[in-house]
Design a protein around this ligand. Structure first.
Ligand code: NAD
Ligand code: WQD
Length: 338
């Protein structure tokens, strides 16, 4: 069992991953500035795991704070979630995104190197495949520039990590390319709690269902897809969290830099999400069709065979589980963690 530093561990995917790490017997140290995460999520993780973790409040852009963590704890590996993730916002304030995501990651990698810690799992995204690759996306496809600044930061960090691993064989790096994470832990105790108006589809749907938003706008219904709405590869956050535990043990025993898609491989349309959510949960989602959202691709989904073959990872949860668990979380926490 290992001591794992989890940056951004108080956020949506981070909190679910901390729970899986504790359940697998690891020691967990969370480093998070709480700009979009919550201390309450970590208290609930501890309760669910019946085990404790350590929390250090700090910012990955601050080298001293990071160095102190590596001095105070004997860290074996790092899972790096911390960063900003709102695509639209990244178009308004690119420099802030470059600072948190790129500069912050560089500080982290420097602290790791100084401390002699070379095992890393990095939160990447399907966005690195850019606009030109056909689905299903495969890991060895040439990457291309994403059409937004958020995606650009993920591509830059991936490329930096590859170059670092080429230059120094001590690095062992997993690039996990998430597709569209949704759902929540079955307990309904932890889940996605976006601040302000949700950017992503699923929290918007659940906030309409709970009455916090009036109606769902479906962005575009004339795409070249089966029902005219966009298609995405939705992945249950608990399946995603488990992929981190597997990637971690793979990296603790291997060298180099390796990418894995983490998706189900099944394209699901936005309309299908709305209709299945209503059916599974017995709740109506008032909906209107609206203009296409700038920058949206019609459809993308994963070829997830590499993760299956190399990590032994396979998603366990169905679309119905994802939608039931998202609603279960929202229903029991109408205002999130607050
Ligand atoms: P989140 O916002 O819930 O979690 C990110 C956490 O990082 C938050 O707790 C926040 O407080 C913290 N943080 C932000 N900037 C920080 C900084 N400078 N220093 C320290 N902590 C900081 O997001 P999430 O959905 O859990 O995503 C986690 C990671 O996965 C992110 O890197 C994101 O880009 C990536 N990702 C997310 C999705 C998605 O759809 N949710 C998809 C692909 C990749
Ligand atoms: C999904 C579909 C929308 C909201 C983004 C990032 C990607 C990754 C995951 C981090 C699209 C439609 C949405 C709404 C809608 N993040 N939609 N009404 O854009 O596939 O991916 O999050 O790495 O990089 O780009 O996810 O949830 O925003 O949208 O119709 O109110 O739902 O148009 O077709 P997306 P999303």
């Amino acid at each position: 069992m290992a001591n794992i530093l989890v940056t951004g561990g108080a956020g949506y995917i981070g909190s679910h991953t901390c729970l899986e790490l504790l359940n697998a017997g690891h020691e967990v140290i969370v480093f998070d500035n709480l700009s979009n995460g919550s201390g309450e999520s970590l208290r609930r993780v501890e309760k669910l795991a019946n085990n404790s973790l350590d929390f250090v409040q700090g910012d990955i852009r601050c080298q001293d704070e990071l160095d102190r963590v590596f001095q105070n704890y004997q860290i074996d590996a790092v899972i790096h979630f911390a960063g900003l993730k709102a695509v639209g916002e990244s178009q308004q304030i690119p420099l802030t995104y470059f600072d948190h995501n790129i500069a912050g990651s560089i500080q982290l990698f420097k602290s790791m190197q100084k401390a002699g810690v070379f095992s890393l799992v990095f939160s990447s995204s399907a966005t690195v495949y850019g606009e030109l690759n056909p689905s299903p996306y495969q890991e060895d496809m040439p990457l291309s520039l994403p059409n937004n600044n958020y995606g650009y930061t993920k591509l830059v960090i991936e490329q930096m990590l590859e170059k670092m691993a080429l230059a120094d064989a001590r690095w062992s790096i997993a690039l996990l390319r998430y597709f569209n994470p949704v759902g929540a832990h079955k307990s309904g105790q932890i889940g996605e709690d976006p601040r302000g108006i949700p950017n992503n589809l699923m929290p918007y749907v659940t906030q309409v269902a709970i009455g916090r938003r009036e109606k769902l706008s479906i962005f575009g219904h004339d795409y070249p897809t089966k029902d005219g709405t966009c298609e995405r590869d939705f992945i249950h956050v608990v399946d995603l969290a488990k992929a981190h535990v597997l990637a971690l043990s793979n990296r603790l025993n291997n060298q180099g830099c390796r990418a894995w898609n983490i998706g189900t491989g099944a394209p699901i349309s936005v309309l299908q999400i709305k209709e299945t959510f209503e059916k599974v949960n017995g709740v109506q989602i008032p909906t209107e069709f609206a203009e296409r959202r700038s920058g949206d691709l019609p459809a993308f989904y994963a070829d997830a065979s590499r993760a299956k073959n190399e990590l032994g990872w396979q998603p366990q949860y169905t679309l119905e589980d994802m939608l039931a668990d998202s609603w279960n979380w929202q229903k029991h926490n109408p205002n999130g963690f607050s």
